[in-house]
Design a binder for this molecule. Structure first.
Ligand SMILES: [Zn+2]
Length: 574
C-alpha cells in the first residue's frame, strides 16, 4: 500500500523497482494510464477570496482552488476538470451580474472559461436565477453545461445531456443530472416548458446508450443532487421524485465508474484508499463541499485489455484550498468586478438606531425577523406574515446601514407572495415548521440539543399578525398553543381564510402541501423590498413585538446560557 501511494505523495523519492517498471512500460506504451478528474461544486459565486457581506478576506474561493487545479495539471498529463452546479447564485457578485448589470461578460463565465472546465452540470440555484440569466451565461460558456433530466416533451432535454472527452483512444462520457425536487422550491416561471425527470430512471436510461452506442470506457455521473434521501419522509409530496438519489444510483448501477454528488455542501468520499480490491467494482461517490473550499480529486487507473480500456482501480481525496494563495490570473480577471461590487455593497441606505443581532432569532422573537415582517406587511396587504431567519450569525450594527447589511439579513433571492390559508392550515404549517425543535424533557432539559439538526433552519417560520406559543415539551404536531389574532385578541378561527405573506420558496412548499391559491406576487425580490423599506423609514429601531414565544421560557433561557453555542456549531444550514 505505502509503496503504491508514494507515487501520489510528492514524487521525490523514486524507488528502484519503479524505475525498472517504468522502463519496461515505456517499451509497451499506453497499456496503462492514470486519469485525474478534478471537480468543484456549489461554488455559489465565491471566486475572489473576499466575503462582501462581512467585509473581510476569506480562506476559500475558487481563486484559491485554481492554484490547486494548476498544480495537478502540471503534475499529471491527463486531467479532466468538472463543476457540479450552483455557481450562479449565492453572493452579491452573482446577484449584481445576474440582475443589475445584464450586459457584457459574466464574471462566472469568464473565470470558468479561463480555468478551461471540460463540463459542468446545472444546479437548482442556477435555474432559480431564471431563463434570462442561465441562457445568457450558457451562451458565454466555452464548455458544455449538462442536464439530461431537464426534459422538454418526452425526448428532448433543454440542456445538453452528456458530453464525451477523449484521452488518446480512451472515451469518457460525462452525464449531467439535476435534482428533480426543483418544483418543490421554484416557481414554474423559472423553468418554462421544463419537466424534471426522476434521476434514477434518467441515470438508468442513459447508461447503456453511453456504454454501447457511445463506446464510453468510463462513465461519470455529474449529478447536482445529494446523498441523503428525503422522499421517504412523511411530509414529502407524492409527485416529487427523490431529491438526493446519488447513493441509490451508485448501488443500483455499478456501470457508473464515478458519481459526483453536490447540493448538500458536505464532504463525502467512498473510495479513500488506493488498491482496495473492491474499488473497481463499486462506483466512486464523492461530494466536495461548497463555496470554493475544496477540490475533489479522483484517480482512475485504466488498463488496455483485448476488449478495450478498463478501469482497474480508482480512488479519491478531497483537498482543502485554505492554504493556497489565490491564483494571480484569476485575481486579475476578477479585479474590476471585485471593485465594482465593493462600491455597490458599501452604498449607504439608512441608519440603525439599535444593534440588532440574529443570534437568538429562532429562539425568541426579535427585531431581526420583525424587520422582515414589517417589510412584508408594508408591501403586501396581508393579514399574517410568515418569515424565517436565514442566519444566526449576522449582526446589524448600530450606525449606517449599507446594502451589504441587507444581504447579511436576507441571503436568498426570494420574491414576496400572498397565499390564502385557513386558520387550520396556518396552525398545521406552524406545527410542521416547529419540527425545528426537538422535544424537551423538563426533568432533564439539556439532555439533548433543543435544535433538530435534521430540519433546515431556513424552513423554520415565525409568524406576525397572530400571537402564539410553542410548547417544546410536547411532541411534534401538538405544540402550537393559544393562537390569537393580534389585532382583536380573539382566538384564531380555524375555518376562516387569511391572506398570508410568505417568500416565494415557502409559497411553493405550501402550494404542494395544501393546494392553497397564490393571490399576489411582488415584482421585486424581498431583499430589494427591505432596501426600499429602510430607505423609506431612513431610521430603523429594534421593534420586537413579542407576539410568540417558546415555552416553558425557563428552559429556553437555560439552554441559551448553557448549551446553545455548542449545538450551533454542529448545524449545517449556513
Ligand atoms: Zn448549493
Amino acid at each position: 500500500m505505502n509503496k503504491r501511494r508514494s507515487k501520489e505523495t510528492n514524487g521525490i523519492v523514486i524507488p528502484q523497482w519503479r524505475r525498472i517498471r517504468d522502463y519496461f512500460r515505456s517499451l509497451f506504451p499506453s497499456r496503462e494510464k492514470t486519469l485525474v478528474i478534478l471537480y468543484t461544486t456549489d461554488v455559489h459565486g465565491f471566486i475572489y477570496p473576499y466575503d462582501y457581506i462581512l467585509g473581510r478576506d476569506t480562506q476559500w474561493g475558487l481563486a484559491r482552488v485554481a492554484t490547486l487545479i494548476e498544480a495537478y495539471r502540471k503534475r499529471y498529463p491527463d486531467v479532466l476538470l468538472l463543476d457540479n452546479g450552483d455557481f450562479l447564485q449565492g453572493s452579491p457578485l452573482t446577484y449584481y451580474y445576474n440582475f443589475l448589470r445584464k450586459r457584457g461578460s459574466h464574471p462566472v463565465a469568464r473565470v470558468m472559461n479561463a480555468l478551461k472546465y471540460d463540463a459542468a452540470s446545472v444546479g437548482n440555484h442556477d435555474i432559480e436565477q431564471g431563463p434570462r440569466v442561465y441562457n445568457r451565461v450558457r451562451r458565454q460558456f466555452r464548455f458544455p453545461w449538462l442536464s439530461a433530466n431537464a426534459k422538454v416533451g418526452r425526448k428532448r432535454s433543454y440542456f445538453q445531456p452528456y458530453t464525451i472527452r477523449e484521452f488518446g483512444d480512451i472515451r469518457i462520457a460525462i452525464l449531467g443530472l439535476t435534482t428533480p425536487a426543483i418544483p418543490l422550491w421554484l416557481n414554474p416561471d423559472l423553468y418554462p416548458g421544463i419537466h424534471w425527470q426522476d434521476m434514477v430512471s434518467a441515470a438508468r436510461g442513459w447508461l447503456p446508450y453511453l456504454k454501447e452506442s457511445q463506446r464510453a470506457n468510463v462513465v461519470i455521473g455529474l449529478f447536482h443532487a445529494g446523498i441523503h434521501p428525503n422522499a421517504n419522509r412523511p411530509d414529502w409530496p407524492e409527485d416529487i421524485p427523490e431529491e438526493n438519489p446519488c447513493l441509490q444510483i451508485a448501488e443500483e448501477m455499478p456501470g457508473y465508474d464515478v458519481i459526483l454528488a453536490a447540493h448538500e455542501h458536505r464532504l463525502y468520499n467512498s473510495h479513500p484508499l488506493e488498491g482496495e480490491p473492491d474499488n473497481p467494482r463499486r462506483p466512486l461517490v464523492m461530494m466536495a463541499g461548497s463555496h470554493g473550499r475544496h477540490l475533489g480529486v479522483i484517480f482512475l487507473r485504466l488498463k488496455k485489455e483485448k476488449t478495450g480500456w478498463k478501469v482497474v482501480d480508482k480512488w479519491g481525496k478531497i483537498e482543502n484550498a485554505r492554504r493556497e494563495s489565490p491564483h494571480p490570473a484569476i485575481v486579475d480577471i476578477m479585479r474590476p468586478y471585485h471593485q465594482r461590487i465593493m462600491r455597490y455593497i458599501n452604498s449607504r441606505i439608512g441608519y440603525a438606531r439599535d444593534t440588532i443581532s440574529s443570534r437568538y432569532s429562532r429562539l425568541k422573537d426579535g427585531g431581526f425577523v420583525d424587520l422582515i415582517h414589517q417589510t412584508q406587511f408594508r408591501f403586501s396587504q396581508a393579514d399574517v406574515s410568515l418569515a424565517a431567519s436565514f442566519t444566526t450569525t449576522y449582526v446589524l450594527k448600530k450606525g449606517p446601514i449599507r446594502i451589504r447589511d441587507v444581504y447579511g439579513l436576507y441571503k436568498y433571492e426570494n420574491y414576496l407572495y400572498v397565499v390564502i390559508l385557513t386558520g387550520q392550515q396556518l396552525i398545521d404549517h406552524l406545527e410542521w415548521t416547529a419540527q425545528y425543535f426537538n422535544t424537551v424533557d423538563p426533568e432533564d432539559p439539556l439532555a439533548r440539543p433543543l435544535i433538530n439538526a435534521d430540519f433546515m433552519g431556513f424552513n423554520y417560520d415565525m409568524a406576525e399578525g397572530i400571537t402564539y406559543e410553542i410548547d417544546i415539551t410536547r411532541p411534534v404536531g401538538e405544540r402550537i398553543q393559544n393562537v390569537r389574532l393580534t389585532a382583536t385578541g380573539e382566538p384564531l378561527d380555524r375555518q376562516q381564510s387569511f391572506r398570508v405573506a410568505v417568500n416565494s420558496y415557502r409559497a411553493q412548499q405550501l402550494r404542494k402541501r395544501f393546494r392553497c391559491p397564490i393571490v399576489w406576487k411582488s415584482n421585486k425580490e424581498i431583499r430589494d423590498l427591505i432596501v426600499e423599506y429602510i430607505k423609506e423609514k431612513r431610521e430603523i429601531r429594534d421593534k420586537t413585538t413579542h407576539n410568540w414565544k417558546l415555552v416553558p421560557e425557563w428552559i429556553v433561557e437555560k439552554y441559551i446560557r448553557e448549551r446553545l453555542e455548542r449545538d450551533l456549531s454542529a448545524i449545517r444550514d449556513e
